[in-house]
Ligand binder design. Structure first.
Ligand code: ADP
Ligand code: 5GP
Length: 221
């Protein structure tokens, strides 16, 4: 039986990778699609673990060969999800997480209307800037222009939040992870407390926490 496809988007630096690792530790049977990208590896990233790092030539060849379920250009680099990841998860009856940007998410929502979409927000622009800066420092490179570009793109992406079914504010990691776990369990058909927690994370109606995060970015809830 084919599993559930989860689409996860978040402005860069919101803590999506951290949260996804935590949730995969808490919930079994969640496969993660490793995207292809033309960007350079960052920090301790390894080819085949965080991403399949590849050249622009090879990426363009894959586009022409129709190998991508979706792809998009983000911050001047190409990123894409191989259609084979979907097939592999379906064959194994596993649920699959796609960590993709808003442009890619909209493409997948059109192609796979049953996919469950989830948007992760940072609690405020100040917190997002601190996280971006801390991560850059930990990786040994702080490029102000990169941080600035990521901050301004964050707001644009958050404008598309209403296209997603669920939204999480990644303020406290353990709270956000337990909410994401509840969403996965609810979508798998579990009732009770998971369903209640998941319903509080719907984008309609917006919870007070979600409204506060949007307001801090000057986005009308
Ligand atoms: P993304 O995948 O969204 O680009 P990362 O997972 O790389 O973001 O997280 C960006 C930075 O924020 C990292 O240094 C990470 O440790 C930190 N971080 C993530 N979630 C939280 C949280 N809830 N509270 C504090 N720091 C966090
Ligand atoms: P980063 O370079 O910080 O890892 O990711 C930058 C952005 O690219 C993030 O918004 C991330 O979700 C997005 N991204 C990663 N993989 C894919 C992908 O396969 N497709 C699309 N469309 N976006 C991706």
């Amino acid at each position: 039986m084919a599993g559930i496809l989860f689409i996860i988007s978040a402005p860069s630096g919101s803590g999506k990778s951290t949260l996804v690792s935590e949730v995969r530790r808490l919930v079994e049977g969640l496969d993660f699609s490793i995207s292809y990208t033309t960007r350079e590896p960052r920090g301790s990233e390894e080819d085949g673990r965080e991403y399949h790092f590849t050249t622009r030539d090879n990426f363009e060849r894959m586009i022409d060969a129709g190998e991508f379920l979706e792809w998009a250009e983000v911050f001047g680099n190409l990123y894409g999800t191989a259609g084979s990841a979907l097939q592999r998860a379906a064959d194994q009856g596993k649920d699959l997480l796609l960590d993709i940007d808003v442009q890619g998410a909209l493409q997948v929502m059109r192609k796979a209307p049953d996919a469950v979409s989830l948007f992760i927000l940072p609690p405020s622009p100040q917190v997002l800037e601190t996280r971006l800066r801390n991560r850059s420092q930990a990786e040994g490179v702080v490029q102000e222009d990169v941080i600035g570009r990521r901050l301004s793109r964050a707001r644009d992406e958050m404008e598309r939040l209403s296209d997603y079914k669920y939204a999480l504010v990644n303020d406290q990691l353990d709270l956000a992870a337990s909410e994401m776990r509840a969403i996965v369990l609810k979508e798998r058909g579990e009732d009770g407390s998971s369903a209640k927690i998941a319903s509080q994370c719907l984008t309609t109606p917006k919870s007070p926490r979600l409204q506060a995060a949007l307001k801090s970015f000057d986005i009308l809830p």
